[in-house]
Design a protein around this ligand. Structure first.
Ligand SMILES: *Cc1c(COP(=O)(O)O)cnc(C)c1O
Length: 411
């Protein structure tokens, strides 16, 4: 028995039986979300008991959809460090700045959490294979967890997806396909192909359990800060699983009375070349509309028509947060700044958060004593590096080498 009570439509509220493999709401076609018997969770586990368990996202097992005895398909995801960023904070005139470094997950991104959970549940409920449209990291993670589960995976990505993500999927034995367009185009193909193959479509938020995996970032964040919430949360937003998942974690912990007070102000950060959430937020629109010609090097942000636009906008508005778009140049500069100041080579998607925070500080929307947490969603190593000067080649006599080296390191 799990602590799951039902899976509910986020729009019409229809309840679905979690013993079946679920996709979207059978009545209205909208996004589903898992609901738990939180009083029973509260009675079954304590904060102290949690601390004694091995690290990783399944530490929070009672707040996951897993059945009793269900063995997760895992590579050790979660348990990532919440790093203080004192040097970057000083640079921004701040005192309390954190990054949850999700680049330290298996497969180098937080997609590991969602796909471990989704593939675990789908396998238990009878899935025989998977199809996933992806901007890169989700496909790589699906391939890895599919291999781990011994089930076949089809990955469909746009042309121009970072080569490391494609290689990662291929080396794990997935069938990888590229096409012209974006993840939206890939999603349309996946929706056609999956029923033909009889395989399960893992598209973002079109099944309820990837969200539950991403939610564990919020559970960990709460524990990392000793059961407090930060004032502001910055999230690099594509399909929005973390943007919805982290507040969901906070709400559940609040209902369990493990957390008190207001949720952080949540800010969605996007790239100027693909900012449907920012646009809809500014216009006061109830949901997003498709973004034409999406372009950005931050592959995970290249999501022109997120399925859960409506739900994301609700979170931003209800928490008093906002939405910020940043330029490609600002992303590149921020990526190098975080690496130089804090030693973290983070993905362009998460570097966008640092660029956005700089803008929010300049605009006075975030004060110097505001406590800010950023979700560094992936490792920079998986992407084409930003333009850097070639290393100085040392050649010649010892004296020449020494002279060359000294010249190069002089400020
Ligand atoms: C997928 C991805 C994102 C966007 O996450 P969503 O949950 O789709 O909003 C951000 N950063 C990285 C590195 C990603 O792989």
């Amino acid at each position: 028995m799990s602590f799951l009570s039902c899976v509910e439509c986020t729009v019409c509220g229809q309840r679905h039986d979690p013993k079946r493999i679920l996709t979207v709401c059978e009545t209205c076609g909208q996004m589903l979300a898992a609901r738990y018997d939180l009083e029973r969770v509260r009675a079954s586990v304590s904060k102290d008991a949690l601390r004694q368990r091995p690290p990783g996202m399944y530490r929070f097992r009672e707040l996951t959809p897993l059945d009793a005895g269900e063995v997760p398909v895992t590579l050790g995801e979660g348990g990532t460090p919440l790093l203080a960023l004192p040097r970057l904070a000083a640079h921004l005139g701040m005192r309390r700045l954190w990054a949850k470094d999700e680049g330290q997950n298996p497969t180098g991104s937080f997609k590991a959490r969602g796909l471990s959970m989704a593939i675990t549940r789908a396998r238990t409920l009878g899935a025989r294979g998977f199809v996933i449209p992806s901007a890169g990291n989700a496909g790589g993670a699906a391939a890895a967890y599919g291999a781990r589960a011994g089930l076949p995976v089809v990955v469909i990505v746009p042309r121009g997806t970072p080569p490391a993500a494609i290689a990662e999927a291929q080396i794990a034995g997935a069938h990888v396909f590229t096409l012209e367009g974006s993840i939206a185009t890939a999603g349309k193909v996946a929706a056609k192909v999956a029923p033909e193959l009889g395989w399960f479509d893992l598209s973002t938020l079109k099944e309820p359990y990837r969200l539950e995996g991403k939610k564990t970032i919020g559970l960990e964040l709460a524990a990392d800060l000793d059961w407090r919430m930060p004032d502001v949360l910055l999230y690099p937003t594509g399909g929005g699983t973390g943007l919805l998942g982290i507040p969901k974690a906070y709400e559940e912990l609040r209902a369990m009375r493990w957390l008190t007070g207001a949720l952080p102000r949540v800010f969605a950060v996007q790239a100027e070349g693909c900012a449907p959430v920012v646009k809809a937020f500014r216009e006061g629109a109830p949901t997003t509309t498709a973004w034409e010609n999406p372009t950005t090097r931050a592959a995970g942000l290249r999501v022109p028509s997120p399925f859960a636009g409506r739900q994301m906008l609700t979170v931003l508005r209800e928490t008093g947060g906002g939405a910020v778009a940043v330029s490609e140049t600002a992303i590149q500069e921020a990526q190098q700044r975080v690496a130089r100041l804090e030693g973290i080579w983070t993905a362009p998607e998460s570097a966008a958060l640092v660029a956005a925070l700089t803008a929010l500080r300049e605009g006075g929307e975030v004060a110097g004593d505001t406590e800010v947490a950023m979700i560094f969603t992936g490792a920079g190593l998986k992407y084409e590096p930003p333009p850097l000067a070639p290393p100085v080649d040392l050649a010649g006599s010892d004296a020449e080498v020494l002279a060359e080296l000294k010249r190069a390191i002089r400020p």
